[in-house]
Design a protein around this ligand. Structure first.
Ligand code: GRF
Length: 201
């Protein structure tokens, strides 16, 4: 069993998928805290409804980004988190957290990295005109959407797709893949060699 802290900024549908996988016994994990940088993130309500500790940390309460990230790190460590799972957390995570959890911070991105990094991966892929996009789960480092890739899933773009119809398929794939990757970690199946993440059978 792994203890995870989840970072969110919004809807938290991936948080919900992780909660559901734990409840269905397909993921051997415990969520020890959910931290949001937004007061109105719906994911906070999802956490509370599941009886999980939910914390809003307001960046405005801290003098700078380093102090804010120390607060995140302290909350994660105080609650005994072993892994940090970013699930729609829309801020760059600071070295204060990354150094406390080396190769233990995961991020989810709605495109096939290194294509279409940034906050608009779904729209950017559609606007560019690629025929295949997808999703990526990777270890986070000090730059957005750059760390070693753990898993990806390709999703075809259909002729009539809009950002909404594509997002629906992207999210459905995310909700399957993220809990699965977390279970690989719970089973200690991942080894990182440089940028390459190897999944043992
Ligand atoms: C997901 O599409 C994820 O790839 C991106 O932010 C979105 C979060 O959605 N990083 P939700 O808050 O989990 O519903």
């Amino acid at each position: 069993m792994i203890k995870i802290g989840v970072l969110i900024s919004g809807s938290g549908s991936n948080l919900q998928a992780i909660i559901d996988a734990i409840e269905a016994d397909t993921l051997d994990a415990q969520i020890v805290t959910v931290i949001s940088n937004k007061a109105d993130a719906y994911g906070l309500e999802r956490a509370k409804a599941a009886g999980i500790r939910a914390v809003f940390l307001d960046p405005k309460d801290y003098p700078d980004s380093a102090a804010y990230n120390v607060a995140i790190r302290d909350e994660l460590q105080d609650q005994g988190a072993q892994y940090v799972v970013m699930a729609g957390y829309m801020k760059l995570l600071g070295s204060e957290v990354l150094e406390a959890f080396p190769m233990r911070v995961l991020n989810l991105h709605p495109a096939l990295l290194p294509s279409f990094p940034g906050a608009h991966g779904i729209e950017d892929a559609l606007d560019y005109g690629v025929k295949v996009t997808g999703i990526t789960v990777h270890f986070a480092d000090e730059q957005f959407d750059r760390g070693p890739i753990i898993a990806q899933k390709a999703i075809e773009i259909a002729e009539g797709d809009t950002p909404d119809t594509l997002a629906e398929r992207i999210h459905a794939a995310e909700h399957k893949l993220y809990p699965q990757v977390l279970q690989w970690i719970a089973d200690d199946r991942l080894t990182v060699k440089g940028r390459r993440v190897v999944l043992r059978s």
